[in-house]
Write a new protein. Sequence first.
Length: 271
Amino acid sequence: MSATDALAYEVRVRGHLDDHWSSWLGGATITRNEDGTSTLTGTADQSQLHGVLTALRDVGVELLHLNTLDPASRVSALNRPLLTDRLTLRPATLADVEPTWNYRRLDEVNEWLTGCPATLGGYRSLFTRPDRLATTVIVELRAGTVIGDFMLRRHDAWAQADAAERAAGQQVELGWVLDPGHTGHGYATEAVHELLRHSFEDLGVHRVTADCFLANQASWRLMERLGMRREAHTRRDALHQSGQWLDSLSYALLADEWPPAAGSADGGRRA
């Protein structure tokens, strides 16, 4: 199944289906809802999806709702691939579920993330949400190996009502996750630099922001290396999975500060 043929689907049926039905229904993730229905989510081509619907009909399950997402129909924050000296940055597709799951499930990666589902099926349901796909940028080596997934979320800047129209789409938030097997080569720095360039020079936004835990030194050193300015240090505002309340940092860069002056880097370890 190619990425261009794949559909993300969500099917809601009456009644609670046990998990053992999943393999018979093409590996769909089954969620049992409080209202007595079940929701099946997954990815499939048109023929495979037809097979799932046929199987449900054959066992007498009542179909209540069907929703599909064609990746070609969504609007990505990145409308074309970006090339750097060593990397390709491109919009995410449904085919990127497993390559990104392979490193996102690692404890050393998930330590700094909002969270990662415990199963591939749960992660697929999260990754294939339209809003998630639309803001995810896949980072590949030129040979095609996926080494990271970054976030590029464009949104409206805050404005008074009379100026709101001029603030539309004027801010970008960035985030990044890199496969730990590819750290130490400057790939994250190279990719974030290109997203900053794209945000200011191609999209023409006014401001780019990024946040991280204070304890995540690799992340905030990367921001400082690229000339981003620390704007906020909030004390113990975020509850970490360890049970500790951790400090958070917010960084930003303005269009008239791009490109940053040479030599602004702090000399930290390259990511």
